[in-house]
Structures are given as structure tokens and as C-alpha cells.
Design a protein around this ligand. Structure first.
Ligand code: UD1
Length: 420
């Protein structure tokens, strides 16, 4: 297992480029199951989760090659409709092969992904959606087994207790593109990654409209064809790099960071005193003024993303004053609190709220990554802390950030990887 060593308190300077979005790339790769023709997806980040998805597609019979950020997939012969527990249990997003398999084969058996460290993660909305399309669903021995003689378009409402669901919207959209007739998804997720998937499916010949709004309409077609497509930049990586620049009083250009995907986060960053400039092709951070505490509530897009909650908590930990962060998507997503406190932060968790009393600085310490975004928060803490920080269990980070330490090194950070 690897760990990251960081010697902090170095202002970052220079230019860094954001990789392709993990949360777009994963459903896009799954969507290639919908055609027997070849698809070429560009700007795919080389991440552990992407490689897991490629393994799943191969296990189903697709041919898939990944080199130089480009994945070529040809799902001419699908030999299995079962996505096994062994692979699905390592990555929740693999559940999104359910929709395309069902759409193409009219049968899909996919292991239930189970919960994870950030809390219970049900799949009831996915199941509600595919049942509405006429599929029979049988949950047995840890698998969702579903089949349909024919899928029929239908109206449906996919809102849940915590709002819309990104992967449920993706799954249902992928099942519905080859269904007979029209599907209308109300309370659809509006995330840019859902829009990216809809745009890709349309390029394959689907008829989807309304993506990016809470009402998506899908007119079923008989056949999809192969195509080329480029994944959008990763807005969460972009936001994390912006905070890396800001927290170290740096002067950085984040190429590929786009305001239109990050407006709620940028609004809070600016309210906190970060100096942000929109520049052609990305966003520039200038050395900041004094920081101010801000209160933040995570919400589905276009609200403040839950995937940036841990990272902004690090910023608030070094912002004198009191700030309150409320987590509305995953009320238990606070594993980073104890680790940040080990570095000298003063954070108290109270149900879905974290109350942070900002300090002048943090001090380096050995800490343990618990999940993907918590790992990023600890790296940010290491960058601003005085002294040496060791972040262990960074396999979580490798699931979702492509070469993060190399990108930070390029900006002048003293960060490197060692074997534990
Ligand atoms: C996606 C992202 C993840 C992000 C999350 C929320 C991918 C690969 N992952 O995950 O990084 O943190 O969106 O922005 O795109 N829910 C239900 N029933 C369901 C499905 C979800 O109640 O059937 C709940 C979840 O427990 C959660 C909320 O809905 O409270 C949102 O979850 P969802 O949008 O589905 O998250 P994912 O799509 O799994």
C-alpha cells in the first residue's frame, strides 16, 4: 500500500490541467454496451475505478482497450448478463451497467453494490425506474435480477428522500433509449455528468431532450450506433485544485476548470475571500485576502456538491471564525473530521452538521484516508500544515484523482509517494 508524504506551507504556483471526469467516464463506458458497434471515448482519466469498469465490461464479453487516455470498446458479442459481486462490490458506479445491459439484452443480473464508508446507499430509485419501464425485478442472493420481454417507455418520478439520484437517472436513461415509446423522468438529476451521458447517447443515435433539467424526455429508438466522444473535465478535481491553490496562498491557473460546472462552489469560495478570475480555458487563483468563514449546505446540482464538502472543510479549518457545514446528501459523510482534528483542527460534528472553529494553522501529522474525497481533504490539510504529514491508505485517492501528487508537484508542492 502507498502513502503520501507532504511537507506543507509552500505557496503553489503555475499551471495545472484538469483530467476527464471520473463520474462521466464510468457511465459513458457502460453505455457502450448499448451498441454492437465500436465506440471511442477520449479524455478518460487513468484511475482505479475506470480500470474496474473496463474489467466489468470485459467480463460481459466486450472488447475494451485503454491507452493514452482513450478507451475503445466494441460490445459486438455480449456473452454474459451478470456483473459479479467480486467486481461490483469494489465500486458502486459499476451498478450502472444494469440499465444498458437490460436495454440491449432485455436481461441483467447485477450484484447489489452495498453500502460504503460514507453511509447507506440504497438503489430503490434505480429499481423503481426500470420497473416503470416494464421490467420484472427479482432481488435474490445479493443480486438484482431483472428481465423484460420488451421495455416500454413510461412517465416516472425519480425523486428520493435526499433529492434526485445521479446514477439512477443514468441507469434509467440507458435502459429507456432502446425502449418502445416515450419515457419522461421527473426529478431527474441535473449534474453535468448526466448531461454528458445524454449527449453521448444522442451522438449514438438516441433521442433524449431536457438533460440538465429535472425533466428528461427519451423517445425510444430501435438501434444505436458507434461513435467518438470526449469526456468533460472533472469539476470535482478542478474544485480541489482551486482549493489547493487558495489554501496555500498560491497563484495558479487551473486549465479545464469551468465556472458553468462549479458555480455554487465558486460562489462560496469567493464569499470566503478566495480571489478567482475567469480566464480563457480555465480559472486563475490569485493570492487571497484574509479568509472569512462561510456556512455551506450540500445539495444536488446546481447546489454545493457533496463531493467538495470534505475539501472545503479543510479550508474552513484554517479560516479564523466559526463556520457550519451541513451535509444533505450523505448525512454520515464526516469520516475526515477526526483526522482533520488530529492535525489541530477544531471541528465538532452534530448530526448532519459540522461546526468548525477555524485556526490560524494546522500541524502535520500521520493521518488515514477513509474515502475518496476525505483523502483529498487530508492532502489539502497537508499542503497548508506546518511540518510533515503522512496520508496513508491512499488507494482511495487513486480511485478518483489522476496523478494528483504529480500535478501538485508541478505547482511546487513538496509531496511524494512512498510504500507503506
Ligand atoms: C453520484 C456520484 C458521487 C456523488 C453522488 C452525489 C458517480 C459515479 N458518483 O453517486 O460521486 O457523491 O452522485 O452527488 O456519479 N439514493 C436513494 N435511492 C437510490 C439512489 C440514491 O435514496 O436508489 C440517495 C443516496 O443515498 C444519496 C442521494 O440519493 O443520499 C444521492 O445519491 P446518488 O445521486 O444516487 O449518488 P450516486 O449516483 O451513487
Amino acid at each position: 500500500m502507498d502513502k503520501l508524504i507532504i511537507e506543507g506551507a509552500v505557496p503553489l504556483k503555475g499551471t495545472v490541467t484538469v483530467s476527464g471526469a471520473k463520474n462521466s467516464a464510468l457511465p459513458l463506458l457502460a453505455a457502450c454496451l448499448l451498441t454492437s458497434e465500436r465506440c471511442r471515448i477520449k479524455n478518460v482519466p487513468n484511475l482505479r475505478d475506470v480500470n474496474t469498469m473496463i474489467k466489468i465490461l470485459r467480463s460481459l464479453g466486450a472488447q475494451a482497450e485503454f491507452s493514452n487516455g482513450e478507451v475503445t470498446i466494441e460490445a459486438k458479442n455480449i456473452k454474459s448478463f451478470t456483473a459479479e459481486y467480486k467486481l461490483v462490490s469494489t465500486m458502486r458506479a459499476s451498478f450502472c451497467v444494469l440499465g444498458p445491459l437490460l436495454g440491449r439484452m432485455k436481461r441483467a443480473k447485477v450484484s447489489l453494490p452495498g453500502g460504503c464508508i460514507i453511509g447507506v446507499r440504497p438503489v430503490d430509485l434505480h429499481i423503481k425506474g426500470i420497473k416503470a419501464l416494464g421490467a420484472k425485478v427479482n432481488i435474490q442472493a445479493g443480486y438484482v435480477d431483472t428481465e423484460a420481454k420488451e421495455l416500454r417507455g413510461a412517465p416516472m418520478y425519480l425523486g428520493g428522500a435526499f433529492g434526485s439520484s445521479v446514477l439512477a437517472t443514468d441507469n434509467v436513461m440507458m435502459a429507456a433509449v432502446l425502449a418502445r415509446g416515450k419515457t419522461v423522468i421527473e426529478s431527474a438529476a441535473c449534474e453535468p455528468e448526466v448531461v454528458d451521458l445524454a449527449n453521448f447517447l444522442n451522438k449514438m443515435g438516441a433521442k433524449i431532450s431536457g438533460q440538465g433539467t429535472p425533466c428528461i424526455e427519451i423517445e425510444g429508438v430501435r438501434h444505436l450506433h458507434g461513435t467518438d466522444y470526449q469526456v468533460i473535465p472533472d469539476r470535482i478535481e478542478a474544485g480541489t485544485l482551486i482549493l489547493a491553490g487558495a489554501i496555500t496562498q498560491g497563484d495558479c491557473f487551473i486549465r479545464g476548470a469551468f465556472r458553468e460546472h462549479l458555480s455554487a462552489a465558486l460562489d462560496k469560495f469567493q464569499e470566503a475571500g478566495i480571489r478567482i478570475e475567469d480566464v480563457d480555458g480555465g480559472i486563475r487563483i490569485r493570492p487571497r485576502r484574509a479568509l472569512k468563514p462561510v456556512n455551506i449546505t450540500t445539495l444536488p446540482y446546481p447546489g454545493f456538491p457533496t463531493d467538495m464538502q470534505a475539501q472545503i472543510m479543510t479550508l474552513m479549518s484554517v479560516t479564523p471564525g466559526i463556520s457550519v457545514i451541513t451535509e444533505k446528501i450523505y448525512p454520515d459523510r464526516f469520516m475526515h473530521v477526526a483526522e482533520l482534528n488530529r492535525m489541530g483542527a477544531n471541528i465538532m460534528r452534530e448530526g448532519p452538521h459540522a461546526i468548525i472553529e477555524g485556526k490560524k494553522s494546522l500541524s502535520g501529522a500521520p493521518v488515514m484516508a477513509s474515502d475518496l474525497r476525505a483523502s483529498a481533504a487530508l492532502v489539502l490539510a497537508g499542503l497548508v500544515a506546518k511540518g510533515r504529514t503522512e496520508v496513508s491508505r491512499i488507494y482511495h485517492l487513486d480511485r478518483g484523482y489522476e496523478n494528483l501528487e504529480l500535478k501538485l508537484q508541478k505547482l511546487g508542492a513538496r509531496i511524494w509517494r512512498e510504500k507503506e
